[in-house]
Write a protein that binds this ligand. Structure first.
Ligand SMILES: *Cc1c(COP(=O)(O)O)cnc(C)c1O
Length: 392
């Protein structure tokens, strides 16, 4: 039995390798030959199955300790296929700070098909229990929330779910199986936007779902094949390749993030840092108990009066863009960019202030990242000093 990091690199053994190729080929075939009309063949049509995609799906199932994996053309299509296993009238409890696109899918799509949802703070188990109704079928949440990195215990939620015969569904995009394997902690389904860390290079949009049990896997497969939002063979290959370097990339993301947090803690311009790796919070305790690392996303607030727009625009190396989890560092202002769909009141309630900045720490040399943050913070302080002295 190989160790996890070895499994990342080597993947699953291939069934039909007649060439000696080290990697699974990209099979660009939409259809497959039946030797005889009655032949039982593994692949017949590429929406139903494709060897390159199936290789990736088997790899993810093995890494997450599930029975079957599914690769989709986006994270949201994976989430769509998973939520589509439920029926009109079913009720699902959801985390109140889940990804905006998932909220949109729930509020503007699934509610029209009469799925019911209740939003709760999944850190508060009482609130979760109180939300359970006779027609409740599942609890859906993200282990680390975006952008404030609140941590929910997969163990605690799964325990509540099991006691009430509900499914536990975890979007674990921020952690990946390298840092946490929710199925081992009691969850039933794990989903990922593979666009982020699994792909890791900002060059592909993809989604993954992995189920623990065969019966649930069969229902997800029905949706995947029935709708056909499958990941293309080329993109399956890119995610396969991304996964091979997941361990080394994430090790660097983690060490860079820790160094940047230490740097920010010593800057007077920074009033608050959100990172589960900072000791002394409930988030730290849960993350320490249930993950192998605190992730590569660091959010922080600048002191009142300092302009976050100037700060992000004055960075040279760190790029202003949405998305996260790639080799290059990306920064953004949630209130203007990723969370702009929320009304000002909703933003305030979610803790998304105009002072908040979200940084996806890349794998560059940490000295360069810190130098860049430092020079941009210096410019803000200078402006402030000038403002203050001219005001006198
Ligand atoms: C990006 C993201 C998604 C959506 O994935 P796409 O690949 O963009 O469709 C879902 N959940 C989380 C946590 C994300 O960060």
């Amino acid at each position: 039995m190989s160790e996890f990091d070895t499994k990342l690199v080597h993947g699953q053994s291939q069934h039909d390798n007649q060439t000696g190729a080290v990697n699974v080929p990209i099979y660009n075939s939409s259809t497959y030959i039946f030797p005889k009309v009655d032949s039982k063949i593994t692949w017949d049509y590429a929406r139903s199955g494709n060897p390159t995609r199936n290789y990736l799906e088997d790899q993810l199932a093995a890494l997450e300790n599930g029975t079957q994996g599914f690769a989709f053309s986006s994270g949201l299509s994976a989430i769509h296929a998973v939520l589509s296993i439920f029926s009109p009238g079913d009720h699902i409890i959801i985390g109140n700070t889940i990804y905006g696109g998932t909220f949109r899918l729930i509020n503007q799509f699934f509610k029209r098909w009469d799925l019911k949802f209740t939003e709760v703070d999944t850190q508060n188990l009482d609130e979760v229990e109180k939300a359970i109704q006779p027609n409740t079928k599942a609890i859906y949440f993200e282990t680390f929330t975006n952008p404030l990195l609140k941590v929910t215990s997969v163990k605690a939620i799964s325990k509540v779910a099991k006691a009430h015969h509900l499914l536990t569904i975890v979007d674990n995009t921020f952690l990946t199986p390298y840092l946490q394997r929710p199925l081992d902690l009691g969850a039933d389904i794990v989903v990922h936007s593979a666009t982020k860390y699994l792909g890791g290079h900002s060059d592909v949009v993809a989604g993954i779902a992995v189920a623990k049990d065969k019966a649930i896997a069969d229902r997800i497969y029905f949706n995947q094949n029935g709708v056909g939002a499958v990941l293309s063979p080329e993109d399956s290959n890119l995610i396969r390749r991304g996964i091979q370097t997941l361990a080394v990339r994430l090790d660097r993301h983690l060490s860079n993030a820790a160094k940047i947090v230490a740097f920010l803690q010593n800057r007077p311009e920074v009033s608050k840092i959100y990172y589960p790796g900072i000791e002394g919070s409930k988030d730290y305790e849960i993350a320490t108990a249930e993950t192998n690392g605190y992730g590569g996303i660091v959010s922080f607030e600048l002191e009142k009066g300092l302009k976050t727009t100037e700060f992000v625009e004055n960075l040279d190396l760190i790029q202003l863009a949405v998305s996260l989890g790639a080799v290059e560092s990306l920064i953004e202002l949630p209130y203007k960019m990723t969370h702009a769909e929320l009304s000002p009141e909703e933003q305030l309630e979610a803790g998304i202030t105009h002072q908040l900045v979200r940084l996806s720490v890349g794998i560059e040399d940490p000295k360069d990242l810190i130098h860049d943050l430092s020079q941009s913070l210096d410019q803000l302080s200078k402006d402030k000093v000038i403002e203050e002295s001219s005001g006198r």
